[in-house]
Design a protein around this ligand. Structure first.
Ligand code: ATP
Ligand code: MG
Length: 315
């Protein structure tokens, strides 16, 4: 099998979530799941659903949760030949509770699970040699040393002409701002496309506002895309700044929208779409992603995005 056009790596998790709002995780209640999840698995799965070849480097346990993830990759055509099945570890799990004020609480079993076993030896240089795009996230730089080194190695193996996208996707509760900046600095330096969320434009630059931080990074020649949830997204380059309004949808589950958005933006740039069109395409994919419960259940196929865009075409 030829190397996929788009490769990512990181934690493979299933998500098990509360059925009702306002059910904390420290008492009995009802859950639904498992749903395949993990920020970079959602990303590659969306890339594949949108019609580009995608492959993943990660670790699952030899158990039903691992099967749940591998079955999803098989269904959507993600190359899983570089996913290792560890007989000694259980597949990573995230438990999620949702609250009426829109907040979410996550409880992770990943560092000591299969997800935390990803290491530089899992990164085969031959696999990366022919790829066009690598996507990394800060979350996988923060989870543990071996996962971080795997991400750095993948970046070092990337051909110079291939592009790197970087989504911080990092919860500041876990690490200090200085630690986050230090871990991410090598990746941010190499990144061609930087995809922060609210707060991360400031965090990574020390600028007074996200906008100013995004502009600073854009002046270095990067394409910077600030994801703003129900407000849409903003694209910054050295030459221009675009605000791309969100599509009106009813949000059912916000988890995974950012990862699907990054996937769509990648596909759009690989296909040479102009930035305004790429932003609109990615906003449509993010909007569709939030309309379905489950982190990657709402990731649309190419046909679904095109039908959605046609319905929302300007008159
Ligand atoms: P996360 O907190 O999961 O990391 P994120 O900050 O990476 O999320 P969001 O900004 O929440 O990503 O979502 C990505 C994109 O999806 C948005 O820029 C927007 O285009 C679309 N989107 C998200 N939520 C909504 C919504 N409620 N309505 C319409 N579009 C949405
Ligand atoms: Mg995100």
């Amino acid at each position: 099998m030829p190397t996929p056009e788009v490769i990512s790596l990181g934690n493979m998790l299933v998500e098990v979530m509360r059925v009702q709002l306002d059910e904390p995780l420290d008492r009995p209640g009802t859950f639904v799941g498992p749903f395949p999840s993990g920020d970079t698995p959602i990303y590659v799965d969306t890339v594949a659903r949108l019609g580009r070849s995608a492959g993943f480097i990660g670790v699952v346990g030899r158990d039903d949760f691992g099967r749940c993830l591998l079955d999803r990759f098989a269904r959507d055509g993600v190359d899983a030949t570089r996913v290792r099945v560890s007989p000694e570890h259980s597949t990573g799990v995230a438990f999620v509770a949702y609250f009426r004020d829109g907040s979410r609480r996550f409880l992770y079993h990943w560092r000591h699970a299969a997800a935390g076993q990803l290491s530089p030896e899992d990164v085969d240089p031959a696999y990366l040699r022919g790829t066009r795009w690598l996507h990394l996230t800060g979350c996988n730089l923060a989870i543990c040393e071996s996962s971080r080194q795997a991400c750095y190695r993948a970046m070092e193996m990337l051909p110079p002409e291939a592009r790197l996208s970087f989504d911080p996707n990092i919860r500041p509760e876990v690490l200090s701002a200085d630690e986050i900046r230090a871990l991410c600095a090598p990746v941010l330096t190499r990144a061609d496309v930087f995809l922060p969320s609210a707060g991360e434009g400031k965090l990574f630059t020390g600028a007074a506002t996200d906008e100013e931080g995004c502009r600073q990074l854009a002046r270095q020649g990067k394409i910077v895309v600030l994801k703003e949830g129900a407000r849409g997204s903003r694209v910054f380059t050295a030459a221009e700044e675009l605000h791309i309004p969100a599509f009106p949808v009813t949000e059912v589950d916000p988890t995974g929208a950012g990862d699907s958005f990054c996937a769509a933006f990648t596909v759009a740039l690989l296909e040479g779409m102009p930035l305004a069109e790429a932003g609109r395409f990615a906003n449509a994919v993010g909007a569709l992603a939030v309309t379905v419960k489950g982190p990657m259940e709402g990731a649309p196929t190419r046909a679904q995005v095109e039908a959605f865009l046609a319905r929302h075409a300007a008159p």
